[in-house]
Design a binder for this molecule. Sequence first.
Ligand code: AMP
Length: 108
Amino acid sequence: MCIFCKIVSGEIPNKTILEDENFLAFEDINPQAKIHAIIIPKIHIESFNAMTENIMAQMTTFIQEVALTLGVKSDGYRLITNVGKNGGQEVAHIHFHLLAGEQLGSIV
Ligand code: AMP
């Protein structure tokens, strides 16, 4: 079982920000900004390459709710999903990083 599936099952503890039947948002253990959330579907999907339109559509709404919950929706935030080896993906369970809470430096 992957590390994020273990978080979903409760085997590994997490600091939950928001949860529903299908998705979970929790604090990153090694934050790269004042606010750093990890947002995942509860089912195991390896990366963005394996996402479906239906799950992505549902996840879009969930991510917007996470931004609202964190109070960063109007000031703004950054969403990142690393894909595969060259994308720097370390955990093979699709996740979006939501970075916020400060002015972020330009990366592209
Ligand atoms: P990535 O490099 O895109 O695969 O990002 C994986 C992210 O998961 C990193 O930012 C890690 O800090 C984070 N992470 C790994 N294990 C945990 C954990 N147990 N709880 C919270 N975040 C984690």
